[in-house]
Design a protein around this ligand. Structure first.
Ligand SMILES: Nc1ncnc2c1ncn2[C@@H]1O[C@H](COP(=O)(O)OP(=O)(O)O)[C@@H](O)[C@H]1O
Ligand SMILES: [Mg+2]
Length: 264
């Protein structure tokens, strides 16, 4: 694979600032460092896959980008705007441009699928009922779930819930989509369906996405860039084919699934 296979990630001179940039981000929980002066840039239209062991801090990283958590040091920039020094209104403006697909899908169990999708539109926009209904139908159709509108989340299979969660993340037309382990717990066929969905959605809507996963086949299939989080830092970040050829012992061990090496 070469650069031409991913024309969307080629950097144009007018592309502007990276959509997300983490500079020296440090975070401790109860005195224990989780992220250690971490740096990461995500350019527009990329599909950045973040890999790392369980407990490495991948979900924490997504929560920092979303602005749910604040770093103890360092800065997080969204479209060039430093979220740590922004007003509440500016933070909300940025947050509305991000869609998040949680590992657990996080749908509201007492609301129908349709109402789950309508909720962000009702709470965060001034759109009228008919417009909201149209958007909800459109996003459900995008993920092939148009029949599920009247159902409750617990009437759906895990794979269907995941697709609905993706549709919900799309209702505000986000510029950045964050996925936390979107295929964990799904069978291989459903995993491929979700992978293809992530690729087609980001291609079609020119959206950037950050996908946390530890499933190698998904990672190499989806990614235009892969980053490896280890001991609180991004220790490798590259195009998939170069990542696969990395001689970093942590990356090699992770890719080969060996028990011997720096990861234990
Ligand atoms: N709110 C929190 N309070 C204390 N520790 C936390 C909190 N959230 C996460 N952690 C700890 O931070 C580390 C990273 O967690 P997480 O980001 O969920 O890892 P990952 O998603 O890579 O599996 C873990 O050791 C976890 O126990
Ligand atoms: Mg996690």
């Amino acid at each position: 694979m070469n650069e031409r296979d991913h024309p969307a990630v080629r950097q144009e001179p007018w592309a502007g600032p990276p959509i997300v940039e983490l500079r020296g981000v440090h975070l401790e929980f109860e005195g224990k460092p989780i992220l250690r002066h971490l740096n990461l840039r995500v350019e527009r239209k990329q599909r950045m896959v973040i890999m790392g062991q369980s407990g490495a801090g991948k979900s924490t990283l997504l929560r920092l980008i979303l602005g749910i958590l604040q770093p103890s040091a360092g800065s997080i920039l969204f479209q060039g705007r430093n979220l740590n020094h922004a007003s509440r209104r500016e933070v909300n403006e940025s947050r509305i441009k991000m869609g998040m697909v949680y590992q657990s899908s996080a749908l509201i169990s007492s609301l129908t699928v349709r109402d789950n999708l309508a909720l962000p539109l009702e709470e965060l926009t001034h759109k009228r009922r008919a417009e909201i209904d149209r958007i909800v139908e459109e996003k459900l159709a995008l993920v092939g779930m148009e029949e599920t509108g009247p159902l409750l989340p617990n009437e759906l299979s895990g794979g269907m819930r995941k697709r609905v969660a993706i549709a919900r993340a799309l209702v505000l037309e986000p510029e950045l989509l964050l996925f936390d382990e979107p295929t964990t717990g799904l069978d291989p066929v459903l995993s491929s369906v979700i992978d293809e969905l992530i690729i087609s959605l980001t291609d079609k809507a020119h959206t950037t996405s950050i996908i946390v996963t530890h499933e190698l086949s998904s990672a190499f299939h989806i990614a235009t860039r892969i980053a490896m989080l280890f001991q609180g830092r991004i220790i490798e970040e590259d195009r998939p084919e170069r990542f696969r050829a990395s001689h970093n012992p942590v990356v090699e061990q992770f890719i080969e699934g060996r028990t011997e090496g720096p990861i234990h």
